[in-house]
Design a protein around this ligand. Sequence first.
Ligand code: F6R
Ligand code: MG
Ligand code: MG
Length: 382
Amino acid sequence: MVETTISVIKADIGSLAGHVVVPDFILDIARKSLKEGVEKKIINDFHVTNAGDDLELIMTHFKGENNEEVHKLAWDTFMKGTEKAREMKIYAAGQDILADTFSGNVKGMGPGSAEMTFEERKSEPIAVFMADKTEPGAYNFPLFRMYADPFNTAGLVIDPNLHDGFRFVIQDIKTDIPSFIEMKCPEESYDVLALLGSTGRYTIKKVYRADGMVTASVSTDKLHNIAGKYVGKDDPVAIIRAHSGLPAMGEVLEAFTLPHLVSGWMRGSHIGPLMPVGLKDSRCTRFDGPPRVIGLGFQVSNGMLIGPIDMFEDVAFDITRQRAMEIVDYLRRHGPFMPHRLHDQDMEYTTLPDVLVKYEKRFVDYEVVPKGKVKDTSDSAK
Ligand code: F6R
Ligand code: MG
Ligand code: MG
């Protein structure tokens, strides 16, 4: 039986006005390019959308993961969009295009990708989550809840097919050479949490059911690590397979009901709540945020995508959004103070090293003497 692959490949190649939304003409260019990809039989089907300023290419095919033709199609699509974005002087045109020429796979070249391959079940419901203004570790919390927290996923307790638990493939994203560990829940759940709680370092790459059935795939590309300097956030995507022995779609979505705090937001240097929104609100505005996630549901049918359905465009998520905006209001009042502003090592932009160099010589050993005066007691003052 032929296996179907879902490849979600994304990049920020320019947006309007500022880092807000992908312009319609870029979405059109992408649709045209992927349609040609279908005609040339590179892919089978596709859906193009945007998560804020990120262009998202959702593709199905039968060629397996890391397929050169599929990755090249995505790369060429980003190049075509970038060319037009540059011509139109769209903001940050070509931002995530970090290489001059394609070299076999988009990994390490700027775009982010999540892929998953499986033999289609009798019916195959999936959800694709796409976030803006945040990092790959943003999915650690909801994915742990989906696959390892019985207070979120009732099926872990009451569905015999989920009862044996799930295996998490976790990536250490701070190493130069990709480094992964596989851990099992519930048996190792405290140790899994010890890693996943460090969202800037350990991120979930894939999740499998205990018997090996794949159910989740996340993009873990860190632009900052690739470019060696700030070039934008990673704005990750996740593909989730639901139902029939996996968490139900309602359990998958339940995991996003707490607007948990994530890194990113303004200048990639703040924490803020991850707000689930419908497509109509897929645009980061207030203080370039707050960080947002959209969720599209599809049925995968013989390699075709039926749908999408806009999962978070529902009154059931109003309370989450309301809570998120209350948190936003509270956090914003902290201005430049931690923990709203990230720790200096985690900031994407920082002036701190320059400030420290500028004032280096003025750091001296002072001794406070009576009447509020200070006396320099360092050797240099003697
Ligand atoms: C970029 C982003 C924004 C920018 C900020 C400053 O993806 O999310 O928060 O970091 O708007 O942008 P520049 O430096 O381009 O003026
Ligand atoms: Mg941007
Ligand atoms: Mg973005």
